[in-house]
Design a protein around this ligand. Structure first.
Ligand code: PEP
Ligand code: MN
Length: 334
């Protein structure tokens, strides 16, 4: 349920109402919007008398929220959320590009790629240290050593780091990671989502291979229900009957998620297409349809990459793409 307060409500009136609502066993989520203050009520609101609330002078309107996702719901927070990704704002007009290799391989590789993508305008560095691979015989990542190399790359370039956590057992190693990625395969690892909800880490939550947008929002709700509001959503393609591309990029996810939620939406055209030649067109399309950011795989030597080489751009290709993205954004925003 949401209760929209009039701008004339005094802080004392507001406090009084919030205390009363809390005494009715509902959690109150306050969102200070540009025009109104919205009180989002979570819990068993069935016994709250809507007409009584509506009759209060300070109350503009009261509505039941029929969707099962509450804290991620735009009705709870009418303005776009701006999330800090290691100090870099994303959402609400702040567009960011996360770039880097699929996995961290060597010091030269990660530092070289970090410097190159930074020079082209990327604002965050990605790189997997723990890799969810389909085959147990494939390269699984450098683990703690990979995280250490990411820290070195961050120290060298100033780019905050984004890297995947596969299991809460490793969480302590991620203490100074700027953005924790929850990968597609873990999108519905509810225990993990719940635990991340008790931290204050910024989470990049990727859509599962075969998950609906509502399921993605419910997973974000798990994190936010625990009190962690620092969530960024990521569309990375879904499984369809098409086999030419690795996945099918569902770009309609961007406007749909923006309609339903206040959280920023990033698009990953690398995992969505699986082919470097398709990444630039899908990246500019994502920028054109209002994505708050992009996540792009870039490798200094894609042919010899230990993971996802076929979809990785070279630094030169990434540089050219960044120019296109800037022009498309200027055209769309003007
Ligand atoms: C990745 O970002 O390298 C990755 C494994 O992505 P996804 O979880 O979307 O497959
Ligand atoms: Mn990858």
């Amino acid at each position: 349920m949401i209760t929209v307060l009039k701008s004339t409500a005094t802080p004392e009136q507001r406090e009084h109402l919030i205390r009363w609502l809390e005494s009715q066993n509902v959690q109150v989520h306050i969102s200070e919007g540009s025009e109104y203050t919205v009180l989002g009520l979570v819990g068993d609101t069935g016994h709250i008398d809507i007409e009584l609330l509506e009759s209060l002078d300070m109350v503009d309107s009261v509505k039941r929220v029929s969707e099962p996702f509450k804290k991620v719901n735009r009705k709870f927070h009418p303005d776009d959320s701006v999330i800090s990704a290691g100090g870099v704002p994303i959402g609400g007009g702040h567009f960011q590009v996360i770039a880097g290799p699929c996995s961290v391989e060597t010091r030269e590789q990660i530092i070289g790629v970090a410097e190159a993508v930074k020079a082209s305008g990327a604002t965050l560095l990605r790189g997997g240290a723990f890799k969810p691979r389909t085959s147990p015989y494939a390269f699984q990542g450098l683990h703690a050593e990979g995280l250490e190399l990411l820290r070195e790359a961050r120290a060298q370039t100033g780019l905050p780091i984004v890297t995947e956590l596969m299991n809460m057992r490793d969480f302590d190693l991620f203490a100074d990671v700027d953005v924790i990625q929850v990968g597609a395969r873990n999108m519905q690892n509810f225990d993990m989502l719940r635990e991340l909800g008790r931290t204050d880490k910024t989470i990049l939550l990727k859509r599962g291979l075969a998950n609906t947008l509502q399921e993605l929002l419910m997973s974000a709700e798990y994190i936010m229900a625990g009190g962690n509001e620092n969530v960024i959503l990521c569309e990375r393609g879904i499984r369809t009957f098409e086999t030419y591309t690795r996945n099918t990029l569902d770009l309609s996810a961007v406007p749909v998620l923006h309609e339903l939620s206040h959280l920023p939406v990033v698009v990953d055209p690398s995992h969505a297409t699986g082919h470097a030649s398709l990444v630039p067109s899908m990246a500019v399309a994502a920028a054109a349809c209002g994505a708050d950011g992009l996540m792009i795989e870039v490798h200094n030597d894609p042919i010899h990459a230990l993971c996802d080489g076929a979809q990785s751009l070279t630094p030169a290709q990434f540089d050219a793409l960044m120019g296109q993205v800037r022009r498309v954004r200027e055209a769309v925003l003007s």
